[in-house]
Design a protein around this ligand. Structure first.
Ligand code: NAP
Length: 273
């Protein structure tokens, strides 16, 4: 695709949670767009597998073990990127944890764990990468992966919903504070992304898939590649004048669903419902 070819040539990206799901999808698309990659998460074996896939594609890539809850480990991941590639132009704060439990039964520890990974982890990534992003010759990019559920309330996931809403506020603040340094700060809010473990757990395993599908005007679940293309848009020259935005990539689920039967008819007509 012409818009994507070489769109990230010369740029170095750190992606947390880059060994699976949406993070890996972004990593592969960035590799295809000419980017150099640093993948960070807790499971180094998983990351090494992902990195060898990226190298097979011809990309330069590196795996770094880091738990985003630990600021020093995130700082070390940023240093590894600088040591290996000499610069850091893009940070994708994608790592997250989530599990379904109603608020009335949620332990304070469960609440804290999810807030710690999602919200504190995103702040750690931003804070640790600020100087490097400021020095980027392309204009740094900080992208946090949010969710369309962040601002509408998310029954069963109070911890993750609150963390993601906090992330959206944080990123808007960073856009204001870091704009003068040339750093563009945005969130991407995926809807239901079908080819991920998260969507499998949240929807398929609970028999919710067809109900969810019926609420998507475009009549299909998203793909990790849809999120990756949005990330390339924001992180390439195409996104030069975009900061403080929440880019919704959800097939119309959040804002286009009227609550009546039309989307169901569309989905059935296409043989997907
Ligand atoms: P996933 O495959 O489970 O990815 C989560 C990643 O985060 C894993 O690679 C995991 O790697 C990493 N991670 C978890 N805890 C970590 C920690 N403490 N430190 C460092 N890394 C950690 O899930 P996904 O579905 O692709 O989700 C990716 C992002 O998209 C998340 O922010 C999620 O909230 C968001 N999202 C997903 C959907 C969807 O439909 N899937 C919809 C909306 C938003 P390790 O286990 O190796 O640490």
């Amino acid at each position: 695709m012409t818009f994507i070819q070489n769109a990230l040539a010369g740029r170095v990206a750190l992606i947390t949670g880059g060994g699976s799901g949406i993070g890996l999808g972004i990593a592969k698309a960035f590799a295809g767009a000419g980017g150099r990659l640093v993948l960070a998460s807790r499971d180094l074996d998983k990351l090494e597998g992902a990195v060898s896939e990226l190298r097979d594609m011809g990309a330069e890539a590196l795996a770094v073990r880091a738990d985003v809850r630990n600021f020093e480990e995130v700082e070390a991941a940023v240093r590894s990127a600088l040591d290996a590639f000499g610069s850091l132009d893009i940070v994708i704060a994608n790592a997250a944890g989530n599990f379904i439990v109603p608020a009335a039964q949620m332990s304070p520890n469960a609440w804290k764990v999810v807030i710690d990974i999602d919200l504190n982890g995103t702040f750690h990534c931003a804070r640790a990468s600020y100087e490097a992003l400021k020095a980027s010759r392309f204009g740094g990019r900080f992208i946090a992966i949010s969710t369309t559920r962040a601002l509408e309330g998310w029954p069963g996931c109070a911890h993750a919903g609150a963390a993601k809403a906090g992330i959206m506020s944080l990123v808007r603040t960073l856009a204001g504070e870091w704009g003068p340094d040339g750093i563009r700060c945005n969130t991407i809010a995926p809807g239901a992304i079908g080819d991920t473990e998260g969507a499998k757990r949240l929807y398929e395993d609970r028999g919710e898939a067809s109900h969810q599908l019926a609420q998507i005007p475009l009549g299909q679940f998203g793909k990790t590649d849809d999120i990756a293309k949005a990330a390339i848009y924001l992180c390439s020259e195409a996104g030069d004048y975009i900061t403080g935005a929440d880019l919704v990539v959800d097939g119309g689920r959040e804002r286009g669903h009227s609550g009546v039967g039309a989307p169901k008819v569309m989905a059935r007509d296409r043989g997907r419902a």
